[in-house]
Design a protein around this ligand. Structure first.
Ligand code: ADP
Length: 490
């Protein structure tokens, strides 16, 4: 196989188990559609319990050899995988755009982003140190070593079809774990393409297994992993209710869990902020992937002294954003993922307007483009009684809430069960210190809207979950510590 592939070569509609492409045991398939047009891209294997079990069997067989491979051998495979992702960045980016809808520039950007985690963890694989514990008794040596936890089950959402699964598989493989995975039903093709490249890079059969499933069958497929004591860890990115379900169901076999769940990110603009920078930061953080990321600001709090001015500046920039299919080179916002997503956005905006919100920009569907398009929207006079203040809209809608003082802003920002990302703009150094400490969130953007980096720990607090992806901490979730106590040395 040539290492540089065309888009059509990357479309693999079967499961990948034990190094082979196989149909679902039931023979069932489900259609994956292009959200811009509703056209079916491919009929993909619709897996169930038997397929999930076959994946676990393969992962169990492959585990001892992969665990015992030298760290630099695992690193070399991951580096090759990274290089193949980079060589195929255009075709992978197009595939992401095709099944997920984001503009091509963002799709390609996601490939680079996902690949950066693979490179990071390839390097980290060679730096898994233990400890020599200072001697406590003569004749005894005490050490702590780190070992892979075992088989990891990775379950991912549709909004970053490549990056979300890459940043789970890469640390798992680096640590010496084997993987069974299930991507989201809306976007399984990108993940399957990644597995194709991983195989090409030399990931041995059984080390990485991926099955696709419709929403309906995903439940029994994943349940097989939840109840299988051979699966030692679940790593999940998705909604909080599903995360809680996975935690409950896996409790019986006490699995290690990493849960990257929903957010309800606040974005605070203080009177003393650089307003141009705040508008730009908000555009960057809010409209990435059309507002469909878990770190997108969902509630924007603006201090009364700059409220009207900020609203005007923002509305002008938002109204100029170009909404178009991913194939349009000028597209800045593509279609939303599906009808369910559009319905939620419409419900949130209609509810806000009915309760007195003023539409400064957008506020409507763009049906001439297709069924899944929504105009980028700015709403003034938002209140905490509106649905969009307590639920994540996951679309291109910015509600502006007014506040008078810092304590009020912090109280409102923290008044949510979630705690993933948060942002604020201020030029007062003491305020920056106070607010950074006061925000209940795993991630704080200070005068900055673009926070993503493979070198930084990504994760939440409260009901946004636990565990961290990326950074020097990202491997910990895939390792367990073994204490060795050797006696009789005198
Ligand atoms: P979203 O609302 O963004 O689709 P979900 O949490 O529903 O987020 O989905 C994230 C991932 O979890 C997807 O891969 C989906 O198929 C999977 N999933 C959803 N519900 C379940 C469930 N009950 N059991 C197992 N997996 C599930």
């Amino acid at each position: 196989m040539a290492s540089k592939l065309e888009l059509k070569d990357l479309i693999r509609p079967d499961n990948f188990i034990d190094g082979k492409w196989v149909a679902a045991a039931s023979g069932k398939r489900f259609g994956v559609t292009n959200p811009a047009t509703g056209e079916v891209i491919a009929d993909v294997a619709d897996s169930g319990e038997a397929d999930a079990r076959a994946a676990t069997d393969a992962a169990a067989r492959a585990f001892p050899a992969w665990r015992d491979a030298l760290p630099k051998e695992r690193a070399a495979v991951l580096h090759r995988w990274h290089d193949l992702m980079m060589e195929n960045a255009d075709a992978l980016g197009r595939l992401i755009s095709l099944e997920q809808g984001k503009p091509f520039a963002e799709g390609r950007g996601e490939v680079l982003y996902g690949a950066s985690y693979v490179k990071w963890f390839a390097d980290e694989a060679t730096r898994i140190y233990g400890d020599i514990i200072p001697q406590q008794q003569r004749g005894k040596r005490m050490t702590a070593v780190k070992e892979p936890v075992g088989i990891v089950a990775a379950i991912t959402p549709w909004n970053f079809p490549l990056a979300m699964i890459a940043r789970k598989i890469a640390p798992a493989l680096a640590a010496g774990c084997t993987v069974v995975g299930k991507p989201a039903e809306d976007t399984p093709l990108t993940a399957l393409a990644l597995v194709l490249l991983a195989h090409e890079a030399g990931v041995p059969p059984g080390v990485l297994n991926l099955i696709a499933a419709s929403r309906e069958n995903a439940v029994s497929a994943v349940a097989s992993w939840l109840h299988d004591s051979r699966v030692r860890k679940i790593t999940f990115t998705g909604s909080t209710p599903v995360g809680k379900y996975l935690a409950r169901e896996s409790a019986e076999t006490l699995k290690k869990l990493s849960l990257e769940l929903g957010g309800n990110a606040p974005f605070i603009v203080f009177d003393d902020a650089d307003l141009d920078a705040a508008v730009t930061g908000l555009l960057v953080s809010k409209f990435r992937n059309g507002g469909q990321t878990c770190v997108c600001p969902n509630r924007v709090y603006v201090q009364s002294g700059v409220y009207e001015k900020f609203g005007d500046m923002l509305a002008k920039r938002v109204a100029a954003l170009k909404v178009a299919p991913a194939t349009d080179p000028d597209a800045q916002i593509g279609p939303m993922i599906n009808a369910r997503a559009i319905d939620k956005i419409v419900r949130h905006v209609d509810d806000a307007v009915a309760q007195g919100a003023r539409v400064l920009a957008g506020g409507k569907r763009l049906t001439a483009l297709g069924p899944n398009y929504y105009a980028p929207t700015v709403l003034a006079d938002a209140t905490s009684a509106m649905q969009l203040s307590c639920e994540e809209t996951f679309g291109p809608v910015v509600p502006l809430f007014r506040f008078d003082d810092e304590a009020e802003a912090l109280r409102a920002a923290n008044d949510t069960p979630f705690g993933l990302a948060s942002y604020f703009y201020s030029q007062d150094i003491r305020r920056i210190d106070r607010v950074s400490r006061g925000l209940e969130a795993g991630i704080v953007g200070i005068n900055e809207g673009a926070l993503a980096s493979e070198a930084a720990p990504f994760g939440g607090v409260k009901e946004s979950g636990y565990g961290r992806e990326g950074s020097k901490y990202g491997l910990d979730d895939y390792l367990s510590i073994k204490y060795l106590c050797q006696g009789g040395l005198e």
